[in-house]
Design a protein. Structure first.
Length: 242
């Protein structure tokens, strides 16, 4: 995601960690529990037809996560991210790994996206523009399904996830100034709570924080999905399982 969150961040970066958390390593926090007891989203709900139907006729449901503790005094800013579901035989979600220059938390996993500009026609347009600027994902071949509820980050970005279907076969051109890597994680892996790990810090403090992580072993590389990205994926799970 791109947009500025503190005085040391380049313009456009959302997921930058504020100075208070500059040296925070989420992998160092023990796992409280894993949600083995919750059902995975059935395979038939992850088909193209089922996804289209679900967004066209949403169920009654409630997002599980809406905001993180506020760790900055900056004014809230609107942002949008693209949640790109790539239509392979086994659908995947396209994610990015942020470049090291984007913040002190180099390598953080994020959706393509960022701050909504005044020139953007709507939230979907903002998410599509950012995806093009960050990784070269063209709007051609992308079908926007709809939005999930907003998710407010620790840096006061009010983020709208824009869920879209993406035809495979695209050619990406990641912007090296913003993106270190682009990869895909199977949708059915992310929509299975057996892979959703709960973490918590400062249990009784004013800035107590709870988050999910969804580590995915991609060959020899662990893709550590956590924080805002994992929170939005958890809400997508709740939407699809409702």
């Amino acid at each position: 995601m791109s947009s500025a969150s503190d005085s040391h961040a380049p313009p456009g970066v959302i997921n930058v960690v504020p100075p208070l958390l500059a040296d925070f390593d989420p992998r160092s926090v023990p796992v409280d529990r894993v949600d083995h007891d919750l059902p995975a989203v059935p395979a038939d709900r992850l088909s193209v037809a089922a996804l289209r139907q679900r967004f066209a006729h949403p169920p009654v449901w409630e997002p599980e996560l809406r905001r993180e503790p506020r760790l900055t005094d900056r004014l809230p800013a609107q942002a949008a991210v693209l949640v790109p579901i790539v239509l392979h035989a086994r659908p995947t979600v396209l994610l990015t790994e942020r470049a090291s220059r984007m913040s002190t938390h180099s390598g953080q996993v994020a959706f393509p996206g960022g701050r909504v500009d005044p020139e953007d026609a709507n939230l979907a347009a903002a998410a599509l523009r950012e995806a093009w600027e960050e990784v070269g994902l063209s709007a051609h071949g992308i079908e926007v399904l709809g939005h999930l509820p907003t998710y407010t980050t620790v840096t006061a970005f009010v983020v709208t996830p824009v869920v879209a279907l993406v035809q495979p076969g695209f050619l990406l051109r990641p912007n090296p100034a913003e993106v270190a890597d682009v990869f895909e994680v199977p949708l059915d892996f992310l929509m299975n709570p057996a892979h959703h790990r709960r973490h918590q810090v400062d249990h009784d403090g004013p800035r107590a924080r709870h988050w999910f992580s969804m580590p995915y072993q991609d060959g020899s590389v662990e893709r550590y999905v956590w924080g805002a990205t994992a929170g939005m994926l958890r809400n997508l799970y709740r939407f699809l399982i409702a």
